[in-house]
Design a protein around this ligand. Structure first.
Ligand code: NAD
Length: 362
């Protein structure tokens, strides 16, 4: 059956990098019989300019009807002075909430060809392959009560609430265990159970869930130690599962181990594995429209889309192989360029990935 994909290019470099991902999808349709049809929608600043809102109802309707969503990036200086309720980033938070995308998957993979791009020693990071599973719709970012209040003496006090129910912990834990089953079968659950009762419950629920996955080795780590271990010996991790705020911080640290923001995809999934897929980077307004942005994070987001929402493991692998191939050939956009390599534009990088894909069909 033909699957529906919604494509949301967004702002800044979004349209340029998404165009390359669409080239890859077209090649998969033509050469490998992938049955997908693409719809396009507006989000972020582009949507605000056209409709007065960063997440128009029409986009939400398309997103609800689609099997998966591919997003470029949103935001830029043009919209920074707008009221917060209509800023581009509101569109992003709005679509995540409306689609109930509670599981954020952020792989941190370091291709051997790019080991020198990391700020850590090559031997510490070469071959790194971590999957961070972050809870995305709960925890302290959404907990109530929250706010800033004025105390009797006139001093102001800010407060937020860290809150997780057992069912929320169980469903994110399940995602992590299921992914671990397809990888090295190790899950590290990150918490602060020595200080926070909420994460004591987190640990207990993870421990109970582990009984359903006897093949997976579950370990627990305090978040401060996890931060330290990520920069000391990151290859010890396979799948890391954690709450919203710890995941926000640790996934950025893990991403930076790889040295290139332009290489890393992400997925946000609901309970039926419907998802939104996007590069981890932003709209890079400083390089927008120049054809220098790296499209590989967006192309690798298509691979995640195929794997997690469409069940097309083989095609996902083909994309990842094609990306490996172009790196082996020495092709580099400016952000990952090093001496001796061939510098290419956004479009040339997309074309090279398509060519490497088509090589696999021969
Ligand atoms: P950014 O990720 O856009 O850019 C940070 C740096 O990385 C810039 O120097 C940029 O040129 C570079 N970079 C990013 N992606 C690249 C790519 N594919 N190829 C080559 N270089 C790349 O972060 P920022 O500058 O903090 O934010 C810019 C805008 O993006 C802001 O409006 C911000 O709110 C928004 N933003 C959006 C998302 C999203 O849509 N998911 C995420 C983060 C930031």
């Amino acid at each position: 059956m033909t699957k529906k994909l919604l494509v949301l290019p967004g702002d800044g470099i979004g349209p340029e990098i998404v165009a390359e991902a669409v080239k890859v999808l077209d090649a998969l349709r033509q050469a490998f019989g992938l049955a997908v049809e693409l719809e396009r929608g507006l989000i972020g600043g582009a949507a605000y300019d056209a409709t007065g809102h960063p997440l128009p109802e029409a986009t939400l309707d398309l997103a609800r009807a689609a099997d998966a969503v591919l997003l470029g990036a949103v935001g830029g200086p043009k919209w920074e002075s707008l009221d917060i309720s209509v800023r581009p980033e509101k569109g992003l938070l709005g679509i995540r909430a409306a689609l109930e995308l509670f599981a954020n998957l952020r792989p941190a993979v370091l291709y051997p060809q790019l080991a020198s791009a990391s700020t850590l020693k090559a031997e510490v990071v070469s071959g790194l392959d971590i999957m961070i599973v972050r809870e995305l719709t709960g925890g302290i970012y959404f907990g109530k009560p929250r706010g800033v209040r004025t105390l009797a003496g006139g001093e102001r006090q800010g407060y937020n609430t860290l809150i997780y129910s057992e069912s929320e912990i169980r469903r994110i834990g399940k995602v992590a265990f299921e992914i671990a089953m397809q990888r090295d079968r190790r899950v590290t659950s990150v918490d602060k159970a020595n200080v926070l009762e909420c994460t004591e419950l987190w640990r207990e629920v993870m421990q109970t869930l582990a009984a359903d996955y006897p093949q997976v080795d579950l370990s627990h780590m305090y978040v401060d130690n996890a931060a330290m271990q990520l920069v000391r010996a990151p290859k010890q991790f396979d799948v890391v599962v954690t709450g919203n705020m710890f995941g926000d911080i640790l996934s950025d640290a893990a991403a930076m181990l790889t040295g290139s923001i332009g290489m890393l995809p992400s997925a946000s999934l609901d309970e039926q594995n419907k998802g939104m897929y996007e590069p981890i980077h932003g709209s890079a307004p400083d390089i927008a429209g120049q054809q220098v942005a790296n499209p590989l994070a967006t192309i690798l987001s298509v691979a995640m889309l195929l794997r997690y929402s469409l069940g097309e493991q083989m095609l996902a692998q083909r994309i990842e192989n094609a990306v490996q191939r172009v790196l082996e050939l020495g092709l580099r956009t400016a952000d990952i360029y090093s001496e001796g390599c061939q510098r290419v534009s956004t479009g040339q990088m997309g074309d090279a990935v398509v060519a490497a894909l088509l090589e696999q069909s021969r």
